[in-house]
Design a protein around this ligand. Sequence first.
Ligand code: TYD
Length: 394
Amino acid sequence: MNKIDFLDLGYQPLANNYLKLKNKNKKEKKYRLKVCFDTYTKLVSIKKIFSSKLMFNNQYPYRSSMSKTMIKSFKNLSFFIKKKFKPKKILEIGSNDGAFIKNFAKKQTIGIEPCSNVEKITKQKKFNTYPEYWSKKLSKKILNKNGKVDVIYSANTISHIKDLNEVFNAINLILKPNGVLIIEDPSLIECLKRNTYDQFYNEHIYVFSTLALENILKKYGLKIFRIEKLKIHGGSNRYFIKKKEGKKKIQKSVDIHKKEEVKFGINKIITYKKFSNRVKKSKKKLIEIFRTLKRQNKKIIGYGATAKSTTILNYCNIDTKCINYFLDTTSDKQNKFTPGTKIPIYKYVKLNKKEIDYVFLGAWNFKTEIFKKEKKFINQGGKFIIHTPYPKII
Ligand code: TYD
């Protein structure tokens, strides 16, 4: 056995399963959220894995375009790709509502998005999108129609797919020999450093480190040649990957990242056991903050009903006794209830200190953007509760 459990986040509902009023009192599907470390491949993954069809279907609520931070990040990357790689064809795995591909000409792009409710948004704008799961079969189909592609991009998607074998084999089929694969996902070292245990939930099957990803890619003749550290989603890595025969030079950033991870102990189980102890302490502290404020009769609401916050709320048993309601800009989440904890979610309105004392920041990964937006509330003395790197009021 190579896999060792190091974290137990208790019984959890499916993180994006926001409940309609009519289903609020029905029994929810729950699972035990445990996280394990593979001592052989160094890969960190959740233990119980659900089928993609259950999680990514025509009811998927997430929209990439909901945040200015993401829109800006995609725009900047598209400039870089055009300048550096001059692609004729670019394919995106997990194109969501088109926030990235819309930066390119329509005839230049191919989008893959199995959640047809979101895929429809880009198709209606006449982009070439497929409402299908990424697979060898789909890769062959696109190959026959369009030929090989120069660049493949995938943000926050590869870590959601169980069968990495299928993912990388399908990529190899359609990527040109000197093509570039760019993948972007939350970074394990940042998750461990910032105690963001809420990166673990049913959709995030893996949280990659450079060491683990390199081990996996090796099997498919793929090699990381550049890494960019991003602030996105509380710290992500953007990996630039080439085929073995590709001509790109391996840049210094790869070695720098690997050395940093080894120094941090990302390849040792003791690092994960220590993390698990910090998570237990984090839970205690967060509960204490809510209890103290509730004793003082403070009104607390939530900001950003994220999938991540499902993990926190259920792990720490935070429900309507602590948080009156959540505000969220995503229309598919509004007038529903948070999974498991059943806190109502309402349409976003600007925060007002006359009505609210404290705000639990579910979308902590967009803190800078949100604090800018809520300047008035902050100037009026409004406070936020945040759980990373440790629970505190700011
Ligand atoms: P996000 O952190 O991207 O993802 P996940 O669900 O994967 O954990 O979700 C951000 C959520 O926060 C999304 O539902 C939109 C919401 N949001 C707001 O309501 N207001 C804002 O200003 C921002 C940036 C996000």
